[in-house]
Ligand binder design. Structure first.
Ligand SMILES: NC(=O)c1ccc[n+]([C@@H]2O[C@H](COP(=O)([O-])OP(=O)(O)OC[C@H]3O[C@@H](n4cnc5c(N)ncnc54)[C@H](O)[C@@H]3O)[C@@H](O)[C@H]2O)c1
Length: 259
């Protein structure tokens, strides 16, 4: 029997690529999955796919960067189910790459609100509950950009570094209390977040693949499996960790024809 059967799981940003696939995988494992997203149509579709996969999918709409929305979401989870065993804080945005867009203060505030404030707001409700019952796991979505700089993306990078800071500090603080908090740092993964921009590059995905050490992009299912691992007993000794799942991006330079 799967260790996730009957467990209550929250996945934020689950209308989209990595979150949606993760929610479905928890569904296959028999979990009750609270799917949340700002996009109601996409979120409802994911919730249906969780139920179709053998779990129970429940959609609750929320703008995860808004404190009242986040508090309503958690109040609904605790009043309806009385528990939360695993949380995946996945919602995020990466603004379009145009010359120096991220030095725009409005872009900065928006990215920080969705990528950092949301993780802070969700984590504090998740930790409050998990501490009380002395068990639970939290997986935050950072990025290779949470561990290294990326030209043209100073703000996205800063936001993902902030997610690592929250993960490491809270991981250290609450690990001994039975609450395991870790982050996954994906590399380029084929989702709506990045594909429209990649398709605009001359040469498109083929050019992107050449730049990647592993010479291909990742599929969302690869990230979902890694998130399940971090949430599982197999990762019982991991706290405050950054699991790089980036096809070598943070290991060093990409090999090319001459080497
Ligand atoms: N795709 C990649 O290459 C990649 C790489 C590294 C890290 N990540 C991270 O993985 C996470 C998931 O990304 P993805 O590629 O699946 O993106 P995606 O765009 O496919 O999905 C993101 C989801 O978040 C939702 N969302 C956005 N703002 C929201 C808000 N304010 N409230 C609630 N929901 C909101 C969107 O509606 C969407 O469904 C993000 O945190 C992203 O930064 C992605």
């Amino acid at each position: 029997m799967s260790e996730f059967k009957g467990k209550t799981v929250l996945v934020t940003g689950a209308g989209g690529g990595i979150g949606g696939t993760t929610a479905r995988l928890f569904g296959e494992a028999g979990a009750r999955v609270v799917v949340t997203d700002i996009n109601a149509k996409a979120g409802e579709e994911t919730a249906r796919s969780v139920t179709d996969a053998g779990g129970e999918g429940i959609f609750i709409a929320a703008d995860i960067s808004s404190q009242p929305d986040v508090d309503k979401l958690f109040d609904a989870i605790f009043s309806r189910f009385g528990r939360l065993d695993h949380a995946v804080n996945c919602a995020g945005i990466d603004p379009e790459v145009v010359p120096d867009p991220e030095w725009d203060f409005d872009v900065y505030q928006k990215v920080m609100a969705v990528n950092v404030n949301s993780v802070f707001l969700c984590m504090r409700r998740e930790i409050q509950h998990m501490r009380e019952v002395a068990q639970g796991t939290i997986v935050n979505l950072s990025s290779n950009a949470g561990l290294q700089g990326v030209p043209t993306k100073p703000v996205y990078c800063a936001s993902k570094h902030a997610v690592m800071g929250l993960t490491r500090s809270a991981g250290l603080q609450y690990g001994r209390m039975g609450v395991r908090i870790n982050a996954i740092c994906p590399g380029a993964t084929r989702t709506q977040m990045i594909m429209p921009n990649i398709e605009k590059i001359p040469g498109g995905e083929a050019v992107m693949n050449t730049a990647l050490p592993i010479k291909r992009m990742a599929e969302p299912i690869e990230m979902a499996k890694a998130i399940m691992f971090l949430s599982s007993e197999a990762a019982a000794y991991m706290i405050g960790a950054a699991l790089t799942f980036d096809g070598g991006l943070t290991a060093g330079m990409s090999p090319w024809e001459g080497n």
